[in-house]
Design a protein around this ligand. Structure first.
Ligand code: CDP
Ligand code: MG
Length: 160
């Protein structure tokens, strides 16, 4: 009995993935920040995206240079949290990830990630389950289709 349930689930998963292959039209960028990497949450975080049937197209561990982070966060120049954020993002290795999925994949990913302030993020989201403050909110995720394109171009120019 158990066996046939398992295989039914496998068939369904394959079918859903097959369907997704037909409608994959979009990409978005995720960065597992130094706190996520240091806390050993890379596998947990990537698993959540995979369980949602998103595809990991590329995942690279990198120690980011300041100039790259400054470009990435250029919209925040001059804000009080800009300098500490740049410092933090260059403080240790991060996992830079391109996820593929259906139209507006960025929106699906943002809903899995949760709101910026981890203290306010809903339980069940990555920030809600593992974070407690805004400055250590574990994950960056593109916030629009335009941002996704721009950010993928910064980290993986050959994909843009
Ligand atoms: O990451 P998200 O797009 O949700 O938020 P953002 O407004 O684009 O801010 C970028 C990052 O700056 C956040 O993820 C936090 O790491 C940091 N930040 C902060 O430390 N304090 C704030 N008040 C706002 C943002
Ligand atoms: Mg943002």
């Amino acid at each position: 009995m158990r066996r046939s349930c398992t295989s039914l689930r496998a068939i369904w998963t394959r079918a859903a993935r097959g369907l997704l292959d037909c409608i994959v039209v979009d990409r978005t960028l995720v960065i597992i920040k130094p706190d996520g990497v240091e806390r050993g949450l890379v596998g947990e975080i990537l698993a959540r995206f995979e369980r949602k049937l998103l595809t990991i197209e590329l995942a690279e561990m990198r120690h980011l240079e300041r100039a790259v982070v400054e470009r990435h966060y250029s919209e925040h120049v001059g804000k009080p949290f800009y300098e500490p954020t740049v410092e933090f993002m260059t403080s240790g290795p991060v996992m830079v990830v391109v996820l593929k999925g259906p139209l507006d994949t960025w929106k699906i990913v943002r809903s899995l990630v949760g709101v910026t302030n981890a203290a306010d993020a809903a339980a069940g989201t990555i920030r809600g389950d593992f974070g407690i403050v805004t400055s250590r909110n574990l994950v960056h995720a593109s916030d629009s289709a335009e941002s996704a394109l721009r950010e993928i171009g910064i980290f993986f120019p050959h994909l843009a």
